[in-house]
Design a binder for this molecule. Structure first.
Ligand code: SAM
Length: 366
């Protein structure tokens, strides 16, 4: 692939062309550093045409690490005996939601391990009702795993707007390799369809740099996002967690650098292909590059950041992977650092806004 051929496909996509899977794979494989930078710059330009230099902020509340799943990569999988299990109290969760709103974030993400028992799902409904009663309630994204259509509908009726459920990999063979038999690709995809049917702004995403995963697989992931008409994307590098079955996956400098640069390319190409969706620059990027990771995600075309607003005392017990950043920083310190780093790259927080992806309005009006 010559620079010229690469630029042709990049320009074709940036000017509204619909790349096929082979062209998406080419976009993910820039032939040199100059083309890679051109990819990031083109994606950033498109992001700024759609959203300006604004970044949507969502306060992240990791409200429980109790999980009924046993995903082979995940630090809070049910058979990790080293995890001290917790649930934040209603008061603590409401305090964090209020803090996010006081910080001007305009939105929160309530994330937890997966549970489908009625005690848990009913509690989430009650929490949503209480959040809706706050003086300036933040918009709520939920990320609590696979649930029935009734439960998803109940949560929409209680005020939740968005739902994040990663497909993890749109290639079934990879999905199967990283999950126990009880977690199937078909169920995961069906849950995503239920999330959309319930009326949520629908978010998904993948892990990048899984063992055996190639740029072809990642191109299929982007095609999956497009085929599923997804509104929001949250994806990032796979990072081994030492207490899991995938904890001994390669983690040398070269592998980590590749996961990082593939993650940035995935953000950029997803922006160019999906255009008006929300794309998060995730904590996993910050884990690899604590100083500039999330900022580089924004400069590759992302438009959402999810600063933690949960209580510090639980942070260590929600370690999905090794090296989670900001373990000892409270919400205010995290906010200050974030504002400083946004300033450095010329991006500005979009204060007090729900920050809906234009794609959702377009999808639901058509
Ligand atoms: N239970 C919910 C669910 O399954 O969607 C939300 C919590 S789950 C822990 C959130 C996400 O963390 C997963 O979808 C997965 O992509 C990510 N994650 C877990 N372990 C990871 C790892 N070792 N490296 C990178 N991301 C990881």
């Amino acid at each position: 692939m010559t620079t010229e051929q690469y630029c042709d496909i990049l320009n074709f996509t940036a000017s509204g062309g619909k790349p096929d899977i082979t062209q998406i794979e080419v976009l993910l494989s820039p032939p040199d550093a100059e083309c890679e930078q051109k990819l990031f710059d083109t994606a950033l330009k498109l992001k700024r045409e759609i959203f300006g230099n604004l970044v949507n902020l969502r306060g992240l509340i990791e409200f429980s690490n109790i999980c009924s799943c046993d995903c082979l990569y995940c630090g809070i999988r049910k058979s990790n005996p080293k995890v001290k299990r917790y649930q934040m109290s209603d008061e603590e969760i409401l305090h964090s939601a209020k803090l996010a709103s006081d910080f001007g974030y305009g939105a929160v993400v309530l994330q937890s391990g997966e549970r489908s028992d009625r005690h848990f799902t009913g509690r989430v409904t009650q929490l949503l009702n209480k959040i809706a009663e706050l003086p300036s309630p933040p918009a709520v994204t939920l990320s609590c795993g696979e649930q029935s259509l009734e439960v998803y509908k109940e949560w929409v009726a209680a005020g939740a707007k968005r739902y994040l459920l990663r497909i993890e990999s749109a290639t079934e063979e990879i999905f199967r390799r990283i999950h126990p038999e009880s977690t199937t690709f078909a169920n995961r995809k069906a849950a995503l369809l239920r999330i959309r049917e319930a009326g949520f702004q629908t978010g998904t995403g993948v892990m990048i740099g899984l063992p055996g995963q190639t740029l072809h697989h990642l191109a299929r992931d982007i095609e999956f996002f497009r085929d599923m008409d997804i509104d929001m994307i949250g994806m990032g590098p796979f990072l081994p967690q030492s207490d899991t079955p995938m904890g001994d996956a390669p983690d040398d400098e070269q592998t980590v650098a590749r996961r990082f640069s593939w993650s940035l390319r995935m953000i950029a190409v997803t922006r160019l292909v999906l255009k008006d969706v929300n794309i998060a620059s995730t904590t996993a990027l910050q884990t690899i590059d604590p100083e500039n990771g999330r900022e580089r995600g924004l400069l590759a075309g992302a438009n959402v950041i999810m600063p933690n607003v949960g209580d510090i005392s639980y942070r260590r017990d929600y370690q999905l992977y090794n090296g989670k950043p900001a373990l000892d920083e409270n919400g205010r310190e995290i906010r200050e650092k974030l504002l400083e780093s946004l300033r450095k790259i010329g991006e500005v927080p979009r204060w007090d806004a729900s920050g809906d992806p234009p794609h959702f309005a377009r999808r639901t009006n058509s």
